[in-house]
Design a protein around this ligand. Sequence first.
Ligand code: FES
Ligand code: FES
Length: 155
Amino acid sequence: MRVEVTLSVNGAERSATIEPRRTLADFLREDLGLTGTHLGCEHGVCGSCTVLVDGASARSCLMLAVQARGAEVTTIEGLADHGAMGPLQAAFRDSHSFQCGYCTPGFLMTAVELLRENPHPTEAEVRAGISGNLCRCTGYESIVRGVLLAAERGA
Ligand code: FES
Ligand code: FES
């Protein structure tokens, strides 16, 4: 059985006919070609697959695409500013907030929610806010700096 799923992704209506068991992550990556959303653990632990669904962060490996029907989904591709880095991405670049970069899309999407809810977080609040995302490379210090820089810049 296949079903049609239509939702809004980064402001544009997108649809595809898929198996009902398709995860949102696979739908974004394989049906829509939005490969900026990364898959790490595929069972809700690492946060690499984080996207925003109706403004709230969600692990797209744990959500079925059919559950997002009619929702507004924002992915890492949606943070770009007319093809250039958006301000949050620029703050991460300027703070060297990544090494391999595999975890970065998930951290950025988590940071979007964090800074929307708390535009001027303390370092402790940033650490708590990103605590659900795993990074194997950086030791987190530069990621925390990146979020704080973005906050300082009003990103
Ligand atoms: S891939 Fe979804 S939480 Fe790790
Ligand atoms: S930069 Fe490599 S996993 Fe975070």
